[in-house]
Design a protein around this ligand. Structure first.
Ligand SMILES: NC(=O)c1ccc[n+]([C@@H]2O[C@H](COP(=O)([O-])OP(=O)(O)OC[C@H]3O[C@@H](n4cnc5c(N)ncnc54)[C@H](O)[C@@H]3O)[C@@H](O)[C@H]2O)c1
Length: 345
């Protein structure tokens, strides 16, 4: 087995800490150092016995890491990622790739220009359930995919919205939660051609949505509806069903339903529905349970994949282009939600 790769974590807030924990559990990586301007970082540095730098420039002057995880605020993603890409240090960049399209394009271009890998942190892609579903779709067990339905419903408590940025642009469930679901449906079903979107803030009455309904038409012709709300008491969302994060008590339900001419699949609780003999709603439809156990190691899987990317054993599962594509879909969602019209992505 090759040596463990040295990874530095830039930004040790909520997400950065989770990455440090994941590195500690990884067999392929070790923590090189952390970089943060906040005084709290000293506590983090002591807890994880890690070298602390206050500025990225100081990190670069030292013994360079093999790769970095950029987990700073979205507005700083371009600045921080591009310093490393320019220095030919591979980057795992937290999602979203950036807060705006022009800056996301610059990140993608830097990765190309300096021939240095960029992996975007949509960690659900590293969940084994998602890999299984991808394999089932590729094996054509569902036939031709006709339509998909995604539910992202949960109830966010009052305390959550005491943090003010969450009540402003970008802080609602579309950008915080549904962005992950959108990434998954694009991964599974391909390129989105058209978007139609409706948003509502009728329950919470903040300046951001509490509920939204998104219709997609894929290049393949398949349709998809995604419905998100953080003001519905419900067990149906990836968060509450995949069991990835222990903060969410798990329900044994599903959040995704994908239907084809030969069968349908629901997940995360992975049930495949098909007919044994003639396809007919008058015949008994059979269910095959595929789920063995939940995958709680997606962040560790992501670090291991990042190590393989650095070692040139794998291409990034989530590329910069994937990150940019999602920003374009979001732009279309914004545009459509103002007019209700179908918008080309
Ligand atoms: N994958 C996910 O599910 C998920 C979940 C939450 C957040 N995120 C993403 O992770 C990123 C960070 O979010 P967060 O919630 O951890 O934010 P946070 O505010 O908790 O942490 C950001 C950290 O960056 C540090 N920082 C700011 N400027 C810096 C600089 N110039 N140099 C070094 N450090 C600096 C801050 O001091 C802070 O500690 C965002 O891009 C966010 O969208 C992803």
């Amino acid at each position: 087995m090759s040596r463990k790769l040295k990874i530095s974590v830039i930004g040790t807030g909520l997400m950065g800490i989770q990455h440090i924990e994941a590195i500690k559990k990884s067999k392929k990586a070790i923590l090189h150092s952390i970089v943060d301007i906040n005084s709290n970082a000293e506590i983090v540095s002591k807890k994880y016995k890690s070298k602390l730098f206050r500025r990225i420039e100081d990190l670069l002057k030292s013994n360079k890491p093999d790769g970095v995880i950029v987990a700073t605020p979205n507005q700083l993603h371009e600045k921080h990622s591009n310093i490393f890409l320019k220095n030919k240090i591979p980057v795992l960049l937290e999602k979203p790739i950036s807060h705006e399209i022009s800056s996301a394009k610059k990140i993608v271009n830097f990765s190309k220009k300096y021939k240095t890998p960029l992996l975007i942190g949509f960690h659900r892609r590293h969940n084994q359930i998602i890999s299984k579903v991808k394999n089932i779709l590729s094996s054509k067990k569902l036939g031709k995919v006709v339509s998909a339905n995604v539910l992202c419903w949960f109830y966010k408590h009052k305390e959550y919205y005491k943090t003010k940025w969450r009540t402003k642009k970008g802080g609602g469930p579309l950008n915080i939660n549904l962005v992950h679901d959108l990434d998954i449906v694009c991964y599974l079903l391909g390129t989105v051609k058209y978007v139609q979107a409706f948003k509502s803030n009728k329950i919470r009455k903040f300046n951001i949505e509490d509920t939204a309904s998104i219709n997609l038409i894929f290049n393949s012709g398949a349709l998809c509806t995604l419905n998100v709300s953080d003001t519905i008491v419900s067990p149906w969302s990836y968060e509450l069903t995949a069991g990835e994060n222990p903060v969410y008590p798990i329900t044994n339900q599903s959040a995704y339903y994908i239907g084809g001419t030969e069968g349908s699949i629901q997940f995360p609780n992975l049930k495949l529905w098909t007919y044994k003999k003639e396809k007919s709603w008058w015949n008994k439809i059979l269910v095959q349970n595929n789920r063995d156990k939940k995958d709680t190691k997606t962040l560790v899987n992501q670090i291991n994949h990042f190590a393989d990317v650095i070692n040139k054993k794998a291409k990034p599962k989530v590329s910069g282009e994937d990150g940019l594509n999602l920003l374009n879909i979001f732009k279309a969602i914004e545009k459509s939600s103002k007019t209700g019209q179908k918008v080309k992505v």
